[in-house]
Design a protein around this ligand. Structure first.
Ligand code: PLP
Length: 400
């Protein structure tokens, strides 16, 4: 079928490339509403959502306490322009949950938070180079997408080193050669942007040890894992303490947010205390603070993590059994409340994602993204995903 032209006015019909559905050869989907686990499109068609705001939503869409908090904040003023109590309140909730964080600086996106963290590391170490892992994503700051975008200064290439995730030998090689020039190692402790990939046993601990040895700032990008793998994030889950942490997604309760957190000795390098500049008209936005506080309070009062993990195990087992029955190779990588189904080819992934969408189930339209569960998902939602998958795999295998 010829590709329909994307609606004019937005480049590619979207504001973020993955929403264009090009990985699965489909058209962008236009959504209208979201409540609980259900999103509806322009025609009123209901889909069970496993994208969940790309991980920003953990309690289901629009939980009543978040809506109440937003209504109340709106009534009292949407934008105040100066500091307000909500900023201290959200910061104190993060500090209470994540022991490595003594101070917080809020930004408007996770991208911005990662940039500031790298800047802090450079200022602290007086070194320039940043070490990243292939396949990890830290937003679209210039030095954090070297090799993945046009329009970047060539000079940046010499300021970024990249090694494969989970590959200690390659990392040690690079550190032996240039460890003394590296300001920061920035890592997603559980990568979610090449599909979900689990860190090898001891990998994060080794990272901690090596960064200490070479005087490198270890930054955990917990934009996805923060408050998802538990209230203390991946660092709590694996018991490894970074120097700086970046947050985003869940801490904004569905509104735009990012944050950098760490010990005062590093955070106080930020303006106005120190020489590292960061500021923003919308930094610490009152609505994001209000929604974030409402979500973090619910996560503290009734931690959903054990239930999420049980549901994820049901999903993982169900998908793998369906694949084994159909004789289609499929591996499901899963942790906490996030998972990726790895097929043997992109074509098979696309066939699966498109079949699910036709059956009223929305999974990320890219093999490099994670499915996310929320506490609003029920076993019946998981079972529908499994049975629609079983049907699609039988079709793939040429079975009736
Ligand atoms: C691990 C990670 N870091 C940073 C970002 C960037 O966050 P934002 O999209 O809020 O700029 C993302 C976005 O998906 C992410 O997954």
């Amino acid at each position: 079928m010829p590709r329909r032209r994307a609606p004019r006015g937005l480049v590619g019909g979207v504001n973020s490339p993955v929403r264009a559905f090009r990985h699965v050869g489909a058209e962008p989907l236009l959504l209208e509403t979201a409540k609980g686990v259900i999103v509806t499109d322009r025609n009123g068609r209901r889909l069970t959502d496993f994208i969940m705001g790309w991980g920003a939503i953990i309690l289901g869409h629009n939980p009543a306490p978040v809506v109440r908090a937003l209504r109340e904040r709106t009534r009292r003023g949407v934008l105040l322009g100066l500091t307000h109590q909500g900023e201290f309140e959200l910061a104190s909730r993060i500090i209470r949950a994540v022991p490595s964080v003594q101070q917080v600086r809020f930004t408007v996106s996770g991208s911005e938070a990662c940039l500031i963290a790298a800047r802090l590391a450079r200022a602290h170490t007086k070194r320039e180079k940043i070490l990243l892992f292939d396949g990890c994503y830290h937003g679209h700051g210039d030095s954090l997408i070297v090799g993945h975008s046009a329009g970047l200064p060539r000079a940046l290439e010499s300021q970024v080193a990249t090694v494969p995730f989970n590959h200690l030998e390659r990392l040690e090689d690079v550190l032996r050669r240039e460890g003394e020039h590296i300001a920061a190692i920035l890592v997603e402790p559980v990568p979610a942007n090449m599909g979900v990939v689990l860190p090898a046993e001891g990998f994060l601990r080794q990272l901690r040890e090596l960064t200490r040895r070479y005087g490198i700032v270890l930054i955990f990008d917990e934009v996805v894992t923060g408050f998802r793998l538990g209230r203390a994030g991946a660092q709590g889950y694996f018991g490894v303490t970074p120097d700086l942490t970046t947050f985003g997604k869940i801490i904004g309760g569905g509104l735009p947010i990012g944050a950098v957190g760490g010990p005062e000795r590093l955070m106080s390098l930020l303006a106005p205390e120190g020489p590292v500049y960061h500021g923003g008209t919308f930094a610490g936005h009152p609505l994001s603070m209000a929604a974030g506080c409402a979500v973090l309070d619910l996560l503290e009062a009734e931690p959903p993590y054990a239930a999420l993990q049980r549901r994820l195990a049901r999903l993982q087992k169900g998908l793998e059994q369906a694949a084994a029955r159909a004789g289609v190779p499929l591996r499901v990588s899963a942790i906490g409340s996030m998972a990726t189904a790895f097929f043997s080819s992109r074509a098979r992934f696309a066939e699966w994602a498109n079949a699910l969408r036709r059956a009223g189930i929305l999974v990320p339209p890219s093999p490099f993204e994670a499915m996310f569960l929320s506490s609003a998902h029920r076993d019946s939602d998981i079972d529908r995903l499994i049975s629609a998958t079983a049907q699609s795999l039988r079709t793939m295998a040429g079975q009736p």
